[in-house]
Design a protein around this ligand. Sequence first.
Ligand SMILES: [Zn+2]
Length: 374
Amino acid sequence: MSNALEPGWPRFSDYDLLRGPLGDTVVPASGATVCWYDPWQPPSGNRPGAALGELQRILRPALGPLLPESRSRLSGLPADRELTPYRRQQLLRWCKDNGLLGILLERLISARLAPARARTTGHVGFAQTTFRFASGSWRSEVFNSFRSRGLRHPEVVLDLYPMAATDAPERRPVTLDDPEVLAFFPAATATSPPTWTLPKPGGEEFWRVYGEPVAEIVTAVRRIDSALRDLATTQEDVADDPFVVLESAATGKPRQTQTDFARDVREQGRRSLNALTSRSSQVVVFRDGVPEVGQSYVSLWGALSLMAVPAVVKNRVRICGRERCRAPFVATAHGNLYCSQKCKSAAAQARLREARRAAGQGADAESGKGRQHG
Ligand SMILES: [Zn+2]
């Protein structure tokens, strides 16, 4: 499979953190050069989708505490505060390898700019540009008029998914200088609103001024995370859930209720993941003149979600076996039980400690005194 969006997804040679309206924001470093790549052919040589796991690990401190259960995920906490300086550096390095997630583009339905004076067909009139995503790319439509009257107000229409994502998204028109939009353009906030014009989405000029608040990155990854967690939920996972146990006691049908509940959670995960991939599509691309299946996507966020789909189908989405982690991850091999090497080692060490303690206790019980001589 390959990428159908030419020239691909942008990544800059370097990124910085800038203080924006929504806190620390990742922006391309000044003077950084752009390079376009295919997310299905990762530059690092990893398999597609590995970038998601890497990002989950970097953001884990911010994602983890807010995702203790499959259903208690609604939180407006400023997640960026939970990232240590070291993790922030890791995040910048991740962006150097993969670019930004393109969160605003995933939400953007259309953007209508303010009418501008323009010379059209020899006459001076007004032109109003609207950007829309269609057939795999951002198109601009220009409406010309001889009078500014009759031109419509400039606005940005955003598609805002609730965190639970089972409800229909809220389609909300806002102005260009709305904080929900401006948070992604930290450099533009420094200028007064009238001089601020949205460059054509997806173009190089756009990416040079586009930044992504760390808090938004955390929220975006949390949405993929919770969808995968829900999809990986089994009946055993909900067996100890106080809510389900209570419900079981009320109905007197414990197994039945657990089965229903696990099925509902998985269904919620299915809808969430499908919502995240809804603006992506399969298309025909030519590689060396040979037709192939390619992917069209609005954002890297959507592309990473799309890469998780085959893993879901192959039952490769799991919950990390380490008790203190329990993060959802995509297994690369059949036997993978832990999200990372770190969790695998930690779990092995915990087992070893547990075994030593059990052995020590056994020895204590037999000899009747402590193991002072090792
Ligand atoms: Zn783990």
